[in-house]
Each structure stands twice: as C-alpha cells, then as structure tokens.
Design a protein. Structure first.
Length: 313
C-alpha cells in the first residue's frame, strides 16, 4: 500500500509521534554536513490548485535539503488549464515522481488524485483539513513546552480546516482542547465526536474569554479562508468577538504558546501586538514546516509500496 495522507489518522497508530520525533532530528541536523539525503535521485511533484507561500516554500526547500528534486505543478502551467482531467494528470505524475503533494479544495478532488496516482499523495491543504500545518504546530509546541501531554489547547475563531486537523490530532494524541467559535462557525459534530471517542477532551463554547483561561496553546486562523471570499462581510461581523487580543493572552498561562498558520490579518483574527509579542511562536512554526515536511516526505516517498513504476509490456 502506498502512503497517501489525506488526514492525520492516515499516519497510523503512533504515526504522529514518529513524524514529530523524526522532525526533531531534522531540526537538529539542519545545516550540518551529515544531514541525510534520502531523496537523492527522487523527484517530488508539488501540485497547487490554490495559492501558497509557506507550504510551497517548505516542501520545495525540504525536498532540496533531502537531496531530491522538487517540481512545482500548477493548473495554469499544464494541460489541466485546457481541460485535461485531474485523474489523467495524476497518472502522469505517478509514472514520474516518488511522491505528490496536493493543495486543492474538496476532499473528493484530493481522493480522485490519490486513487489515480501510483505515487503517494500528501494533503497540502483542502477545505476540510490541513494536516501539514498541524504537524508543524505540534512540533513547535513540543519544542517550546517540552511535551504535548496534559497541555490545554485553546482555539479561538473560525473552526477552519486547520482547526479541524487540530481536533483530529487532539483525538489521536488524547489532548484537552477547547474551541470558542460563534455557533455558525463551530466544528462539525461528527469530527468532535470522533476525537472524543479516541480519548480527547473536547469542549466547544461561544465564550472566548472562558476558553482562553489557563490555556497552554492559543490558536487561531484567518476568518475568510481561500474560497470563502463571497462570505467575507458576514464572516467578519460574526467572528469579530473572537480575536486573539493581549487581554485574551493575559488570561492564558504565562507560558502560553500563541500560534497562527498565516497569512495573518492584523486587527481581524489576531492583534498585531500579540502576533509580534513575546508569546508568539508564529515565526518558529513557519520554520517547523520545513522539519515536519522533511519527515513527511521521507515517510511517503520511501515507505512501503514505493518503487520505480513498472512498464506494462
Ligand atoms: N500555513 C500555510 O499553509 O500557509 P500557505 O497558505 O502560505 O502555504
Ligand atoms: N484556513 C486557511 C488556511 C491558510 C493556510 C485557508 O484555507 O485559506
């Protein structure tokens, strides 16, 4: 079985911790002469249906530092722009590269790509999940606080794709997570129930101040995600009480780790003084994307099922 990753559970039992351990190793060896190059001779395709700064850069640099060759693929630079089906593009990629990372809108579109492609396909963001970001957030938190167990995780704002992958991580790691959202932007109940069934303690509330009390990690995301531009006015007005302010930070633990996946909108979901303040680990989390991308690319490209494509004769 090739190693596709739509969601964090696809890493398997204990998979998140294995990736985090390997990421910590890659953080230690960065820039050193003995940095491993396990992707030497491998090409990795980075396919984006949506814009990206951090995901693209971290995957591209990670591939280079692992000795591989990244190829950026966008619809407008390929025959996809002239109507070639995603599945046909997937078959071409699968004959060429050792792994594909894919940023797109729907889960169904991601799954279509993964089904048709011989190489592993990794989710680089869909409307429903952003596992790569959450791996980097977890790595950053573990580096800052020395552990994940027993920490109080607090999410404030829209229950976005990033929040939903955090809920999944909370289940897989049995974390304590509170989300403060307006009712219209609360997380899907089946995903909350699934995390609870796995052993997470998940609280969903409308009270941001109550949620932030004693928090060890304070998280948020943009109020208008890619593809939601038409809902902008409605979202901004419903979400305006759910901003991470200095006042909210002062209710949290003095050692709180503030995270935001970026791009940030200062004065909307987070105030500038928090983003640039002493409890912000936002820029460290950007660098973490590099370490976790290395661990993930190695897991996928060199995992079971990998091999050069056989020719049909
Ligand atoms: N955090 C994140 O995924 O950023 P980009 O959209 O810039 O890749
Ligand atoms: N929720 C945001 C995350 C950006 C990294 C979006 O999907 O646009």
């Amino acid at each position: 079985m090739k190693r596709d990753l739509l969601r964090l559970a696809d890493l398997g039992d204990g998979g998140i911790v294995d990736i985090l351990d390997r990421s910590a190793f890659y953080a230690r060896v960065r820039g050193k002469a003995d940095h491993p190059r396990p992707l030497a001779g491998h090409a990795i395709a980075l396919l984006f249906d949506k814009p990206s700064t951090r995901t693209r850069l971290s995957l591209e640099v990670a591939t280079v530092e692992l000795g591989g060759h990244p190829i950026i693929v966008t619809p407008d630079s390929t025959q996809m722009s002239r109507g070639e089906p995603t599945e046909d593009t997937a078959r071409v990629l699968g004959r060429m590269v050792s792994a594909v990372t894919y940023r797109t809108n729907t889960t169904a579109r991601f799954e279509g790509m993964a089904r048709a492609c011989r190489a592993p396909v990794l989710n680089a963001l869909t409307d429903d999940a952003h596992p790569m970001q959450v791996l980097a957030d977890l790595h950053t938190t573990r580096e800052a606080r020395g552990r994940l167990d027993g920490l109080r995780i607090c999410w404030v704002g829209d229950a976005s794709n990033v929040a939903r992958s955090w809920i999944e991580a909370a289940g897989l790691l049995k974390l304590d997570m509170t989300l403060a959202t307006p009712p219209a932007f609360a997380p899907p109940l089946p995903e909350v129930d699934e995390a609870r069934a796995r052993g997470a303690r998940i609280t969903v509330t409308t009270d941001a101040r109550e949620a932030a009390k004693d928090a060890d990690v304070l998280l948020t995301d943009v109020w208008v995600s890619m593809g939601q531009e038409a809902e902008r006015d409605y979202r901004i007005s419903a979400l305006s009480p759910y901003r991470i302010t200095q006042e909210l930070v002062s209710l949290a633990s003095p050692e709180v780790v503030v995270l935001h996946c970026l791009p940030a909108h200062r004065g909307e979901e987070i105030d500038a003084d928090v983003l640039e303040g002493p409890r912000s680990f936002v820029w460290d989390a950007v660098e973490s994307r590099l370490h976790t991308s290395k661990a993930l690319l190695e897991w996928a490209a060199l995992g079971p099922g990998f091999g050069p494509p056989p020719f049909a004769v």
